[in-house]
Write a protein that binds this ligand. Structure first.
Ligand code: SF4
Length: 339
């Protein structure tokens, strides 16, 4: 009774798919998943996953040839059913070419290629919309990630090398986003304020290292007793998840780290600019906080956030002050839980 899930969207989407994986594993046993090369490491240790298969749709496996080659590999596995949470034509075609007899997808995907069409709820959190693919009720399962003991050790070693011994309090900030308009420009000032109370760790990928250095410079220019550390690009995704799990709070844009923190149980303050939490990608747990400016006519301007503000002023982010975000952190009570 082997089942396959194909989810090749962004990292955050893959994290939000973990409740669906858990639901399907409870029903069919651990599932195989086709996902992006980057996301393989995130899900390959998940107990709901038997095997994670990389599909490098923009690199090694790109184009029609790559799709057909992967379809042949999947066909050889003899899967009985495929769940298709990603509503792309490529995903639908892959399951079809792999000749998987039962293909379950959403009504607003590519129903022509599916054998079972499920209605995708228009409202609610993305986690619950994805769970609907397995006919599960909202909140039936929560996002989860599973760093290995080696990942935990690497996170602890990184913190220790930065002068933050294991068990010590620190706040994490994640200033990156692949969409430029979703990057809040005041992380430096916020970190400067936070660093007067607790060390600040900047997390992100290699592409965020420059943002991390800017934040460090802002903190060093302040009078903070504590310090900031930039670990962007120095840890793997699972190691970063292990580090985020140790933070008192994560302050993040509407981006993948938000969902990683959700999966790791870390309190969250999420900064929303051109998008809204109501789109279904905000914090999901009680106590976590989303902040955004109100009364701006142009907001929201896009479902995913444009690369640049189409009006040039970027007020949805620039007008959101560090004081408002600091007040949101206070609202979570997270910093009061430090040692
Ligand atoms: S148009 Fe408005 S909502 Fe969109 S990025 Fe610019 S300021 Fe933000």
């Amino acid at each position: 009774m082997s089942s396959l899930v194909i989810q090749t969207a962004f990292l955050g989407d893959v994290v939000l798919t973990t409740p669906l994986l858990t639901a399907l594993a409870a029903r069919h046993g651990p599932v195989d998943i086709v996902t992006t090369p980057a996301a393989v490491a995130l899900v390959e240790t998940h107990p709901a996953v038997r095997r994670a298969v990389a599909y490098d749709k923009r690199g090694r496996d790109r184009g029609w040839g790559g799709l057909r080659h992967l379809a042949q590999r999947l066909r050889a596995e003899g899967y009985e059913r495929a769940y298709l949470p990603h509503r792309s034509l490529r995903t639908a075609t892959l399951a079809f070419l792999a000749r998987i007899p039962e293909r379950i997808g959403f009504h607003d995907g590519w129903p022509f290629f599916y054998t079972v069409v499920r209605r995708r709820p228009g409202e609610g959190h993305e986690v619950d919309r994805l769970l609907a693919l397995a006919q599960q009720p909202a909140a039936a399962y929560a996002p989860s990630l599973h760093p290995t003991p080696e990942d935990e050790r690497a996170a602890v070693a990184t913190l220790s090398a930065a002068g933050i011994p294991d068990g010590s309090a620190f706040a994490a900030v994640a200033p990156g986003s692949i969409w430029g308009s979703k990057r809040w420009p005041h992380f430096g000032e916020l970190a400067r304020q936070l660093a007067t109370h607790t060390p600040v760790v900047v997390v992100g990928g290699p592409e965020d290292a420059g943002l991390g250095e800017e934040i460090l410079r802002a903190v060093e220019g302040g009078k903070g007793r504590s310090k900031a550390v930039n670990v962007c690009g120095t840890l793997t995704l699972r190691q970063s998840a292990a580090l985020i799990a140790r933070a008192l709070v994560l302050v993040t844009n509407d981006s993948a780290p938000l969902h990683v923190a959700t999966a790791m149980g870390t309190p969250i303050v999420a900064v929303f600019g051109p998008t809204l939490p109501e789109f279904g990608f905000g914090p999901i747990r009680t106590g976590d906080v989303a902040v955004g400016v109100t009364g701006l006519e142009c907001r929201p301007c896009s479902r995913h956030g444009p690369a640049r503000c189409p009006l040039g002023h970027h007020r949805c982010m620039r007008d959101l002050t560090p004081e408002v975000v600091a007040a949101a952190i206070e609202e979570t009570g997270a910093l009061r839980r430090r040692d």
